[in-house]
Design a binder for this molecule. Structure first.
Ligand code: KG4
Ligand code: ZN
Length: 341
């Protein structure tokens, strides 16, 4: 049982969350997304500077929101990877400084595991083995989570683009702006999901033998591009809805198969793409039909935030994991197997 402050700076959000064991006390986010929008993607150097500028204020605001003093904090958790290296280093340095000054343990944690850990917050559900569909801007995988802090197995992953990346790229070619996920989600609300039949990657029989739980979204992206070139008067909303349906369909088909084939009746969906309204809706319908218990964190906790980092720090403490050494570095390409640095 501990009061944990979590710092997240792996991409363009400077975020601090505070949790008391599994209770969420504060979640403050400052995003530099507006500074990147005109480039159509996150500019690492700009993101790092924005983290430096925002950090102190975001920490202060989180303490205020949680109604706690910095001296009450029992441990500091921070995303140490994967992510943009310069951005990660701002978070790791800030967290190390705090841990040193307060003489409290430091937990450098894995960003991907943290996306899943946020699901524990404000819930008294017993932690049990689950299949996790982790879908973000840089990663798309199906994981068997026996114990999030100690035993996670990768069942499959994308062989090219991540699901979020596909949303971002398709939004860019349609001229919808950045980041693509929320704009396509919105545009799709006025379109027909079955208006255009786009390909479902790695879903044919032959592919399924070799890539049962893997994803591929680059063929889908090309199919959208070709459709746009060949259809001068295309309806943006129909393209958005049909593209989104192709992504969501394949994500859920493979995740449910992983549940059924591993005898696990519990699916967690996490990461930025888990904020997608169609994914959330179709997941409820399909899980109900398959009698699989579904957990998806609230949409604002699916995209990057500090609460997820604090949640994983808190889990590490409850599981008796040793804290990190002061002086840890960041690992931009950390694997999910590296939970604590
Ligand atoms: O987890 P996240 O916030 O950052 C990473 O760790 O990558 O995920 C960001 C990704 C972006 O690609 C963004 O377009 C996507 O999540 N995303 C969405 C939605 N909201 C964010 N994708 C689909 N629908 C959404 N509503
Ligand atoms: Zn993320």
């Amino acid at each position: 049982m501990a009061l944990v402050l979590g710092i997240e700076t792996s991409c363009d959000e400077t975020a601090v969350g505070i949790v008391d064991n599994r209770k969420l006390l504060a979640n403050v986010i400052s995003s530099s997304v507006d500074q990147h929008a005109r480039f159509g993607g996150v500019v690492p150097e700009v993101a790092s500077r924005a983290h430096l500028e925002a950090m102190q204020q975001v920490i202060k605001q989180a303490l205020k929101e949680a109604k706690v003093s910095i001296k009450d904090i029992d441990a500091i958790a921070v995303t140490a990877g994967p992510g943009l290296i310069g951005a990660l280093l701002v978070g790791v340095s800030s967290a190390s400084a705090l841990a040193l000054a307060l003489d409290k343990p430091l937990y450098g944690v894995n960003h991907l595991s943290a996306h899943i850990a946020v699901d524990m917050l404000d819930s008294d559900k017993k932690l049990r083995p689950a299949i996790a569909l982790l879908v973000s801007g840089g990663h798309s995988s199906i994981l068997q989570v026996n114990n999030l802090a100690k035993d996670v197995k990768v069942k499959g992953a994308t062989i090219d683009d991540a699901a979020g990346e596909a949303f971002d790229k398709v939004a860019r070619i349609m001229g919808l702006g950045f980041p693509g996920g929320p704009v396509i989600d919105n545009e799709a609300k006025n379109g027909k999901a079955d208006g255009i039949i786009f390909p479902r990657g790695l879903s044919q029989n032959l592919d399924m033998q070799k890539h049962r739980y893997d994803f591929s979204f680059s063929g889908l992206k090309t199919a959208v591009l070709r459709y746009l070139e060949q259809t001068p008067n295309y309806k943006k909303a129909d393209v958005a809805a049909s593209f989104q349906e192709a992504v969501v369909d394949v994500l859920l088909t493979k995740s449910l198969a992983a549940c059924q084939e591993s005898g696990i009746d519990n699916l967690v969906i996490a990461g930025g793409v888990a904020a997608n309204s169609r994914l959330r809706q179709l997941a409820i319908t399909r899980c109900e039909a398959a009698k699989i218990e579904l957990s998806i964190p609230p949409a604002n906790l699916c995209t990057d935030n500090g609460a997820m980092v604090a949640a994983l720090g808190s889990l590490a403490i409850n599981e008796g994991l040793a804290p990190s050494q002061l002086g840890i570095s960041a690992d931009s390409a950390a694997e999910i197997s590296r939970v604590i640095f």
